[in-house]
Structure formats: C-alpha cells, structure tokens
Design a protein around this ligand. Structure first.
Ligand code: ATP
Length: 319
C-alpha cells in the first residue's frame, strides 16, 4: 500500500482526533500518503478528500469531536453510492481506508473491501457497544463527564432533599450508566440488559427516607426508556417529588480523557501498522490493556455482557 484514506463516521466521540492524528503521522513517518476524508461516507461519495500533512493534525490531539467531521449517509447504503465511493478512492489511487466509527460504519467499509480496498476499522463511540473490544474510543471520557455532571446534581439534590432521575446515553448498552452509577454512588441504576422493579426502587427510597436520607440519584440508561416516565411512576409509587435531568449531547463532547487519548493513539498506530503488514478486513481492539488487530467480523459478534458483578455490587452498596 502507498496511499491511505481516513474518515470518521457515525456519532462523534472524544478521542477520534487523536486517532486521526496517529494515522496521519505514523503513515507519513513510514513514507505513505494520507488523505483525510471529510464528513464520513457522505463526503467520500462527493469527493471531499484532502491530502494531509504533518501540520494538518497539529494541535488536535486533545480536542473533542472530529476535525474531519462526521455524517450519516443513506446513499452509502445503496450499491450506487458504494460504487461512487469506490470510484472516488480509485481516482486518487487510494488503496486502503481507515474507518473510525461504530459497527454501521464498519459495514460501509466492508462494501469497499468487496471492491478491492484494504480496510481497517477503529471502534469509536461513547456507547462502548461494539463486540471484539473491551473499550471503544470515547467511552471513558463519557463516563467521566457523567460522573462530573452527577456530582453537581448531587449537590442540589442534597440541598433540596430531592430525588433526581438522570438519563444518560448508551443506546441499548447500559455500560455508561453502570460505570458512572457505581463511580458516583447512585442509589439505583436502570439498564436495558437487566429487568428492574419500580416497586423495589420505590421501597428503597422509602427505606432511605425512614433512616433520614432525603435525597437520591437514580441513573437511567436511555435504552430503558424515558427518565420522565420513570420519574412519574416513582412519584406515584413513593409519593416523593422527583426531578429529571437528561444529560444529552454534553456526554459526547469535551477533551478526551488520558485513557481515551492513549487508546486512540495506539489504535491509530495499530491500524497503519496493520496495513503495512498487508492486512485487510481487520479492526483494532483494546483487550487486556493492549491494542491488537483482529478480524473485523469480530465487531459483529456477541458483545461482552454487562458486568453483572458490578451491577449487583452497586445495588449492595446502595441499600
Ligand atoms: P454510532 O454507533 O456512533 O452511531 P455507527 O457507525 O454504528 O456509529 P451508523 O449510522 O449505523 O453509525 O453508520 C454510519 C454510516 O455508515 C451510515 O450513515 C452509512 O453511511 C454507513 N453504513 C451503515 N450501515 C451500512 C451498510 N449496511 N452498508 C453500507 N453502509 C452502511
């Protein structure tokens, strides 16, 4: 390989820039030409490619979001769109592509692999919902952001003696809620993977109240449903006033944590190394604190189940 394209696709995540920087700089270090593709597959289809230099990734390593921009592209899901995307690469003799995003983005990459492009996927999403890797880029930062926000909400909850229901992101994956909930001592954590009992949660609130505890934090993963609905039902059952906070998109922003920045750099470097080693259809993965390359199909395998032991512990700690 001589010429590599790199793009970010799907939802943005803190650390994507550190990964882009690593791909560009390691590629140039090894004498390759690197093209940055703007706006994911949408930009690729429309020819928004630009040769990157060492300087074009200066000063982005700790910046949130993605300087390449990201997009969702319906056209890329059609054979015509996939052909256009391939032709844009062909026109510039780009023979390999590094895709930073979620499993949808990886599927898009595989349509290009079928046309002869070498591809490597880097898992980037705050949801940590990709199989084959212990961590995705952005998850650690998002958990830290939630912990920071909840610690502020707790100040108000305790000053006003209130029950706060906080809805956090994660799609169908309760990892953000579980990790953040344990870290900040939430009284209850609702995740989509494990059934919950609102009567039991309500009884817990009442028990707490009887021993003089007047405020509580309940974390609701978005995959469970609306925090407003949970709040209403708990108020009806317990009689306590509830306040709802939906943290929303602030969870996707911010500088990456050191852990995310390190994983992102290591994954960007591993992706280029993988291509230098003539690999294709691979993903980078963080396994046992090491970044490795493995078959891209592993991203669609069975996800590591939610850590039940941590979930049970969180319950025991919030009796
Ligand atoms: P996130 O988890 O952050 O949403 P994602 O990569 O899973 O990331 P998607 O919206 O599923 O996000 O996919 C991103 C883009 O990848 C889509 O907009 C589309 O262009 C492309 N894509 C997704 N699935 C396919 C597919 N089956 N075939 C071709 N392209 C696809």
């Amino acid at each position: 390989i001589q010429r590599i394209g790199v793009l970010t696709s799907g939802g943005d995540a803190p650390g994507m820039n550190a990964a882009v920087r690593a791909v560009v700089r390691k590629g140039i270090f090894h004498g390759l030409t690197i093209f940055g593709i703007h706006r994911g597959y949408e930009g690729l289809i429309h020819g928004e490619l630009q040769e990157m230099s060492i300087g074009s990734v200066a000063d982005i390593v700790l910046r949130g979001g993605t300087v390449l921009k990201t997009a969702r592209s319906e056209e890329m899901k059609t054979p015509a769109g996939q052909k256009k995307a391939f032709e844009q690469l062909q026109k510039r003799q780009i023979d390999a592509l590094v895709v930073i995003g979620g499993d949808g983005s990886f599927r898009g990459a595989q349509t290009l692999a079928a046309q002869g492009v070498r591809i490597i996927g880097i898992p980037g999403t705050i949801d940590n919902d990709i199989a084959g890797t212990d961590l995705t880029i952005g998850f650690d930062t998002a958990v830290n952001t939630v912990v920071d926000a909840v610690s502020k909400i707790r100040d108000t909850a305790s000053s006003h003696d209130r029950t706060f229901i906080v809805e956090v992101m994660g799609r169908n994956c309760g990892n953000i809620a579980l990790q953040a909930g344990l870290a900040c001592g939430a009284e209850s954590i609702l995740v989509p993977e494990i059934p919950y009992d609102l009567d039991e949660i309500s009884n817990k609130l009442k028990r707490g109240h009887q021993r003089g505890k007047n405020h509580s934090i309940i974390l609701v993963s978005e995959g469970v449903g609306s925090a407003f609905k949970v709040g209403e039902e708990l108020r009806a059952r317990s009689g306590f006033e509830t306040r709802i906070t939906v943290l929303g998109h602030l969870q996707r922003g911010g500088n990456p944590s050191a852990l995310d920045a390190v994983i992102a750099a290591a994954m960007g470097g591993k992706a280029v190394q993988s291509l230098l080693d003539q690999e294709t259809n691979r993903m980078t993965a963080y396994i046992n604190q090491t970044v490795i390359s493995r078959p891209l199909d592993d991203a669609y395998g069975t996800r590591r189940p939610l850590n039940r032991e941590l979930y049970d512990l969180a319950n025991e700690l919030s009796i």
